[in-house]
Design a protein around this ligand. Structure first.
Ligand SMILES: Cc1cc2nc3c(=O)[nH]c(=O)nc-3n(C[C@H](O)[C@H](O)[C@H](O)COP(=O)(O)OP(=O)(O)OC[C@H]3O[C@@H](n4cnc5c(N)ncnc54)[C@H](O)[C@@H]3O)c2cc1C
Length: 393
């Protein structure tokens, strides 16, 4: 006979955002069930996601409140500084640069660069210690009815779940979004990002580097040791060409493009390609249903904003649930939409403009961007404002 579960909150999707939300809600005492279509995170698959995620201090607060942070931190690197280098000239060499130091804002660090695979594993292990939270992996939501008093769902393995709130944390292709009748605006840039972990001879000293090249930025975010997470964005054809290269040829191109800022880059693996697109849901709620993270908003990996925005969804939802008698009430859903919509729309527009200005081949735009960078280098109030905006404060 199929299992029946009655739970407060049913989270669909056990990616970085879904697992963080589940652990964050469980830490406040809610009964939460997370359903993940893929395998449960394990030692064996922790290395498969080559992405690292620069997570800023407000978001680290959310990870700390999950209770899993002590297990995440050993694989993460504290981020003290962010160096932006303009290479927008025709010869692609560094023309101008500025380094933001967390100490300028009176902080010890901007945040931490976490590794996606090990972080998901730490969150899943933490959930396994909780009586009121469970991760059901290798199964997906098949169909559901959202009634006025509850959501009744059936999973692909036959499990039936009754919940008071359904959360779509099921990523860009969210079925929760689609089947709840929430629309989507989506556009692309004919760009792709190559993600990998790299090893280099010079220490990073806890500083990330974002090099602005025509075609897209080349970004390194520090990891423990002489290692960094790489995100290298290029126009489609160039990204496909680079991704198809053998290891030696790829490293030669990467070393040439990074101008020795980390000494020699000696390894870059595993590598994967991610298409750069922006998408934003036309609403965040439906009956007893909310969307969080990439199910609601996604954009190109530039400026370390995507997961940080998602963590603000998580924190807002957790705060509202902690104060509500009914986590799926109409009042809670409206408050969530009201609090999250302006931030989501502003970040989506900001990242879209930033990405277009970095990748452009138009000389005047490149020169304006370079002038803006010089100004940021010399005007302390502007620098602090830019840092506060970047941090989502
Ligand atoms: C190259 C790259 C670099 C990035 N770097 C940064 C950074 O430095 N800083 C930053 O803030 N952000 C960054 N981001 C963004 C960040 O990685 C993402 O926001 C985050 O990983 C997304 O997580 P998610 O949980 O929303 O979505 P996903 O990771 O897509 O998770 C969704 C999950 O839902 C599951 N699922 C789907 N459908 C179903 C279903 N029907 N039933 C059950 N489960 C289902 C999927 O299996 C998946 O595990 C980067 C992104 C990329 C591509």
């Amino acid at each position: 006979m199929s299992e029946r579960i009655e739970t407060d909150i049913l989270v669909i999707g056990g990616g970085l955002a879904g697992l963080t939300l589940t652990a964050r809600l469980a830490a406040d005492g809610a009964d939460v069930t997370c359903v993940e279509a893929g395998e449960a995170p394990s030692e064996e698959n922790a290395d498969r996601d080559q992405r690292t995620t620069a997570t800023l201090m407000p978001g680290i607060g959310t990870l700390q409140r999950t209770g899993a942070w002590p297990a995440i931190e050993p694989d993460a690197q504290r981020l003290h500084g962010m160096r932006i280098v303009d290479c927008g000239g025709t010869d692609r060499t560094p023309r101008d640069e500025t380094t933001f130091d967390a100490a300028e804002m009176g902080d010890d660090a901007f945040g931490w660069n976490i590794q996606n695979g090990p972080t998901r594993l730490a969150l899943a292990r933490h959930l396994a210690t909780k009586d009121t939270a469970r991760l059901l992996a290798g199964t997906r939501i098949e169909h559901w009815v959202a009634r006025e008093d509850a959501v009744l769902a059936t999973l692909s393995d036959g499990t039936r779940v009754k919940a008071r709130l359904l959360v779509g944390a099921d990523g860009r292709g969210s079925v929760v979004r689609e089947r709840s009748g929430i629309g989507l605006r989506k556009w692309g840039y004919a760009q792709k990002a190559i993600a990998a972990r790299v090893e280099h001879t010079r220490p990073h000293e806890g500083v990330s580097i974002e090099m602005h090249h025509v075609g897209g930025p080349l970004t390194f975010a520090p990891l423990p040791g002489n290692r960094s997470g790489l995100v290298w964005m290029n126009a489609d054809a160039e990204a496909d060409r680079l991704a198809a290269l053998g290891d030696t040829a790829f490293l030669a191109e990467l070393n040439a493009r990074s101008h020795g800022l980390y000494g020699e880059i000696t390894a870059a693996a595993p590598r994967a390609l991610w298409p750069a697109t922006t998408q934003v849901a036309t609403g965040l709620t439906a009956t007893r249903t909310v969307l969080v993270a990439e199910a609601a908003h996604a954009f190109p990996p530039i400026g370390a904003q995507g997961f940080n925005l998602s963590l603000r969804d998580v924190e807002t939802l957790a705060g509202l649930v902690a104060e509500a008698d009914d986590p799926g009430s109409e009042a809670l859903l409206s408050a969530y939409a009201r609090k999250r919509t302006p931030d989501i729309l502003a970040r989506t527009a900001g990242v879209d403009i930033l990405n277009r200005s970095v990748r452009t081949e138009l000389r005047p735009v490149r020169d304006i961007r370079r002038a803006g960078l010089s100004l940021l280098g010399t005007a302390p109030p502007l620098r602090r404002l830019a840092m506060r905006i970047g941090m989502g404060r």
